[in-house]
Design a protein around this ligand. Sequence first.
Ligand code: ES4
Ligand code: ZN
Length: 345
Amino acid sequence: MRPLSPGAASFFQSFRATRKGELHLHLEGSISTGTLVRLSTRFRNPAFPSAEEVSRRKRLHGPSSFLELYRDVCRCLKSSADYAEVARDLAQRLRRERIAYAEVYVSPAVVERIGLSWSEVQGALETVFAGHEAAGAGRIVVLLDSVRQWGPETAERVLDLHESSPWPRVAGFGLGGDETALPAREFRRVFDRVRSLALAPLIHAGEWGGADGVAEAVEVLKPVRIAHGIRAVEDAAVVRLLARRHLPLDICIASNVATGAVLDGRNHPVLRLLRSGVPVSLSTDDPGLFGTTLRGEFVRLALLGASGRELRTVLAASRRGALRPFSPPGPARRSRGTFPPSPRR
Ligand code: ES4
Ligand code: ZN
């Protein structure tokens, strides 16, 4: 790691006040340790009896221990009120970091798997997110998500839920979970439907799977952005494909180190991708589980050697790649002309 350049140092001086966005954030992974222990210890044989146990579980040994941790976190959520509590943890963190815009993956597939009603959970989340926006704290956009290893049928079910009761806050649909479980081509029809529902297609790829999985996802599913995508770096042709198509990667450096997607954080490929012309934005992924902040992500990038200009480029990529404008839709604005408008002749 190198010392920060003067340009990078000045970037951090204005970081707090800058309007920032993050595009890759999972609701359940935003749970705070306090909430996790509280929700878990309501029952016998809690998975997370203490903060010490949470810390122990956060020391991961690769993707499978992460997926098990994530599953056990989800199993602590027993009602829509529990979901609301996690949403408040998320909103609080966004306020603390002054994040003006966040795209958050919410998983109806998980909600139903743990036996809850999607419409109730959706209602509880909407109350928290709408309150956050009404307080002027920033905009929250939802990305519906399905779990790749649960197959295309589960993804179709998520789309059924959205189609029968569309949630205006939803702008996209993504796939997370174990990317090595099923190839992207299994979801071709799902993604055709995603587009027909006017949702932006997104996918986790190139995190635990290789560059070929990124290329397949791009060619077959035509996502508007890729979550992670870092292992594209293993194949120059795939890097060129991403650069040529201006396909943004929503990269989460601390997450990649924690889950073992990148074995040595000093070797994270984010700068190589950026310097090859791939649009890159930074996010926290699961801030409750990885204990990271958006500022921390930028510090990591700076320590890898990014210049002030590169840091600004990455910051701007979150605005460019966002599915909606950063400002929430306010009360109907008056037109700039006369009001009420003069009748048309
Ligand atoms: C993921 Cl929930 C979550 N967090 C981080 N990385 C992931 N990959 C797939 N799902
Ligand atoms: Zn993710």
